[in-house]
Design a protein around this ligand. Structure first.
Ligand code: 5AD
Ligand code: SF4
Length: 447
């Protein structure tokens, strides 16, 4: 019998990318196969994100397109999952009258059952309960075949309640997976050819705090570092207040742990950090950066910043620029503050105008472009170990991969190098990538 076709579109963060892979694997077990063409689909799922207003707008317009498709093909099933589904629940049906299924962030494991019910009974469904024990957290990673890198979810939810952030309301309270389960999953992934794992969670530094076995994130890193076949370990995302000296000490000591940390600062102003409920000052952040650089000279440090948080004055913004000049981040993701329903900041006065937010964002991005290029240029002449990911997008004869510091490197090379770690001498630096020449003498040995 011909299989039914499944089309999943993913919005937002890496957590969602991973959840979509799990959804596909679950539905492949109940008679579906994935397609890249939404026009051929029998089932379309939008895995949504609600972190910022812009992401939500994109999703509504895409849903409009899929509804038009359904007008021509009434048997098509359309479902929405992820954070926006969790937030809107039943209300999603009002926005999208031909939608069939709304399922929340804790309901992924029930997807085959929900879709089966829909096929049999044709009833619309809303399933957005946040469970005490998150069953979908137990679903193993399902990287596409041939992949060399995989995400591994180690925890879900967040207990921090930063004033701007909707995540704790949509992903529920923090819940960590047992350490042996994570180890088993990483071992399974190595048997499938995975060489690099990125440990995922809203705040990985507080891994283990909800468990009673006394094992923390540093323990997890050390244990995973001993698994044969795992060449690179990364993690995201970290909260500066929970970055412990033990974890800092893992850099440079646990061989597969890559020399890169994404450490969102959000603002350089103590007053704004207080309003945001971040639990640290700019000075404390700078101390952590200094400790990281002492433990691991040359470590790449990337960050997130929000401009235009309610009450942000010109002097607060200047403090953010001053912090950036001091740290000189290797890369920075920057956003204009957007109001999220239900968060503490939504009811704060002194909202910053769109024009000011836009202007501040531009100034900040111009400064970051200088720092990124400066740091990229400093790589020229260095020999970097590069895990080769595949052909480069622009040049057919070139391969692309990443350094341990997470910089993209393009270089002349053959396809048989994909999945291998090569030494590459860096020859040129660009705003978003490096160019280099591969050493012909075989793969760089593990780490
Ligand atoms: N407005 C703007 N940016 C936000 N982020 C989270 N919530 C908001 C919001 N309401 C940003 C933060 C976070 C990143 C994932 O998204 O910088 O680190
Ligand atoms: Fe949101 Fe703060 Fe939790 Fe990150 S730590 S998910 S920004 S509440």
């Amino acid at each position: 019998m011909e299989k039914k076709k499944l089309y999943i579109q993913t919005f937002g963060c890496q957590m969602n990318v991973q959840d979509s892979e799990k959804m596909a694997a679950l539905l492949e077990g109940s008679g579906y196969e994935s397609t890249d063409d939404s026009g051929l689909a029998d089932l379309i799922i939008l895995n949504t994100c609600s972190i910022r207003e812009k992401a939500a707008q994109k999703i509504y317009s895409q849903l409009g397109r899929f509804q038009a498709l359904k007008a021509q093909k009434p048997q098509l099933i359309i479902g929405v999952g992820g954070c926006l589904a969790q937030q809107w629940g039943e209300r999603f049906f009002r926005r999208a009258p031909s939608l069939d299924l709304v399922f929340g962030t804790h309901q992924i494991h029930r997807l085959p059952e929900m879709v089966g019910d829909l096929e049999r009974k044709g009833e619309r469904k809303v399933e957005t309960d946040l469970c005490d024990r998150v069953c979908s957290l137990e679903l193993p990673a399902q990287p596409p075949s041939g992949a060399i890198s995989s995400f591994v979810t180690i925890m879900q939810g967040c207990n921090n309640f930063c004033a701007y952030c909707v995540v704790p309301y949509l992903r529920g309270r923090e819940e960590s997976r047992p350490l042996p389960e994570i180890v088993g999953e990483v071992e399974m992934l190595t048997r499938r050819g995975i060489r690099e794992v990125t440990l995922l969670g809203q705040n990985v530094n507080s891994y283990g705090q909800t468990r009673s076995d006394g094992r923390d994130f540093a323990d997890l890193i050390c244990t995973l570092g001993g698994i044969a076949g795992i060449e690179r370990i990364r993690f995201t995302t970290s909260h500066p207040k929970d970055l412990s000296p033990r974890l800092i000490g893992c850099f440079g000591k646990v061989a597969p742990l890559c020399e890169h940390i994404h450490l969102p600062v959000q603002s350089g102003s103590d007053r704004v950090l207080g309003l945001m409920n971040r639990g640290y000052t700019a000075g404390m952040y700078l101390e952590k950066v200094a400790a990281l650089r002492k433990a691991c000279p040359g470590i790449s440090i990337t960050s997130d910043v929000i401009v235009g948080f309610p009450g942000e004055e010109e002097s607060d913004f200047e403090a953010t620029l001053a912090l950036m000049r001091e740290v000189r981040f290797d890369n920075l993701f920057s956003f204009q503050y957007s109001v999220r329903e239900g968060t503490a900041a939504a009811s704060m006065d002194q909202k910053v105008s769109s024009a000011v937010k836009r202007e501040r964002l531009q100034i900040l991005q111009e400064l970051q472009a200088v720092h990124t290029l400066e740091n990229n240029r400093a790589c020229i002449g260095r020999m970097e170990s590069v895990l080769v990911e595949g052909p480069s997008k622009k040049e057919s004869t070139e391969m692309t991969g990443r350094t341990r510091g997470n910089r993209i490197v393009n270089f002349e090379g053959k396809r048989d190098r994909i999945g291998k770690t090569m030494f590459v001498r860096i020859t040129e630096a660009f705003p978003h990538s490096l160019h280099g020449e591969m050493e012909e003498k075989g793969a760089a040995d593990v780490h």
